[in-house]
Design a protein around this ligand. Structure first.
Ligand code: 2P0
Length: 317
C-alpha cells in the first residue's frame, strides 16, 4: 500500500491559542523543528459507495472523539476541493505514545497529504500546510522538514508554514519520559480554557510574537545558547498563562528535571536547554557532540534521541 509519511515536530516557539477555532488560526507565529524518528504513515482510498468515513489506526477501527476529529478534517478537505466521496483511511503511528507525546501534528499532516494524493490533486507545500492546519494547528508545521515557521496570518490564506533556510544537522532533541501514565487535558481543550481564563493572555501573545525575530536571528547564527534561552522563555511564557487558567501540566518530577538541566548547564558548561508541551515531559535541545555526556549525567531518565527530520514523503509498506 502507498502511504504518506509525516514526522512529528517540536516547537521552539510555541503555539497556544486560537483566534478562530474552525480553521485553527493561531494567535502566535510559531517555529519548530521536525524530528527524524517519530512519524505517522497514512493511506487514503476514496470509496464512492460508502455512507461514512472508515478510519483504521494501528489495525483498529477508530471511534469516538478520535474518529470525529479525522472525519471533520476530511469534511473540510472535501469542502475545499468540492468533492463528496467518503474515505477509507489506514494509518500507522510510529510515535512515542508511551510517553504521552501527542501525534496530532504528524497524523493530520499525513492525512492531508494522503487525501490530496487520493483525489489526484497537485498542491504546493505551502498550500498543503494550510490544508493540514484544518486538521490540527501543529500539523501545519509537519508538512516541512528542518526548521519551520508557521506565520499566524489573519485568515486561511495567510496562515501557513514554510521551511526556514537553515542547515543545522548537528541539532538534537532528547525526548524524555518522566511520567508515562499521566493523563492531561488535551491541547485543544487546554488552549481554549487558557484563552478564556488567563488574565494576561494578550500580553503573552505580544511577548511571544516579539520572540520571532530574535529566534530567527539566533537560528541563522546557529547560536545554541540564544536558541535555547528563547525556547525556555517561550515554554515558560506558555506555562504562565496555563497556570493562570488553572492548568498544571507538570509534575514534581518535571520541575526537578528542569533544575537538573540548569545545573548541568552551569556546572558542566554543556549547552542543553528544555522545552515542554501540554504534558509532564521535557524535550531537551542540544548539539550532537554533547548528547552522550547529557545521557550520562541523567542516568535515571529514559531518553530517546532525535535529529532533524525531513518533510512529507512517500512510503510503501
Ligand atoms: C506547539 N502544542 O506549538 C504547541 C505547544 C502543544 C504545546 O500545538 O487543537 O494538537 O489540533 O490545533 O496542534 C498541540 O496542539 O492542537 C500544540 P489543535 P495541537 O507545538
Amino acid at each position: 500500500m502507498k502511504y504518506k509519511k509525516a514526522n512529528v515536530n517540536i516547537a521552539i516557539l510555541k503555539y497556544w491559542g486560537k483566534a478562530d477555532t474552525t480553521i485553527n488560526l493561531p494567535y502566535q507565529t510559531s517555529v519548530s523543528i521536525t524530528a527524524d524518528n517519530f512519524y505517522t504513515l497514512t493511506n487514503v482510498e476514496l470509496d464512492p459507495n460508502a455512507k461514512k468515513d472508515v478510519v483504521i489506526l494501528d489495525d483498529k477501527a477508530l471511534t469516538g472523539i478520535q474518529y470525529t476529529r479525522v472525519a471533520h478534517h476530511l469534511d473540510a478537505l472535501r469542502k475545499h476541493f468540492g468533492r463528496g466521496e467518503y474515505c477509507i483511511v489506514t494509518s500507522y503511528n510510529h510515535v512515542f505514545i508511551k510517553a504521552g507525546y501527542a501525534s496530532s501534528a504528524s497524523a493530520f499532516a499525513a492525512l492531508a497529504a494522503a487525501y490530496v494524493d487520493a483525489i489526484g490533486a497537485k498542491v504546493s507545500k505551502k498550500e498543503l500546510s494550510r490544508l493540514a492546519r484544518l486538521g490540527s494547528g501543529s500539523a501545519t508545521r509537519s508538512v516541512h522538514g528542518g526548521f519551520v515557521i508557521w506565520h499566524r496570518g489573519k485568515n486561511h490564506k495567510t496562515s501557513f508554514a514554510e521551511k526556514l533556510p537553515i542547515d543545522w544537522p548537528e541539532f538534537r532533541m532528547l525526548f524524555t519520559i518522566i511520567d508515562p501514565g499521566i493523563k492531561t487535558v488535551s491541547s485543544r481543550v487546554g488552549m481554549q480554557i487558557t484563552v478564556e481564563k488567563s488574565k494576561s493572555y494578550s500580553i503573552y501573545v505580544k511577548e511571544s510574537n516579539d520572540l520571532v525575530e530574535p529566534l530567527i536571528e539566533a537560528l541563522n547564527a546557529k547560536d545554541i545558547e540564544a536558541v535555547g534561552h528563547i525556547s525556555e522563555r517561550s515554554a515558560e511564557l506558555m506555562r504562565n498563562v496555563m497556570l493562570e487558567a488553572g492548568l498544571e501540566y507538570h509534575t514534581p518530577k518535571t520541575q526537578k528535571l528542569i533544575q537538573t538541566i540548569r545545573s548541568i548547564r552551569s556546572k558542566h558548561k554543556i549547552p542543553v536547554f528544555y522545552t515542554f508541551d501540554a504534558g509532564p515531559n521535557l524535550i531537551l535541545f542540544t548539539l550532537e557532540q554533547y548528547v552522550n555526556d547529557i545521557i550520562r549525567l541523567l542516568p535515571d531518565v529514559e531518553i530517546q534521541v532525535s535529529g532533524v527530520g525531513g518533510g512529507i514523503t512517500n512510503a510503501n509498506s
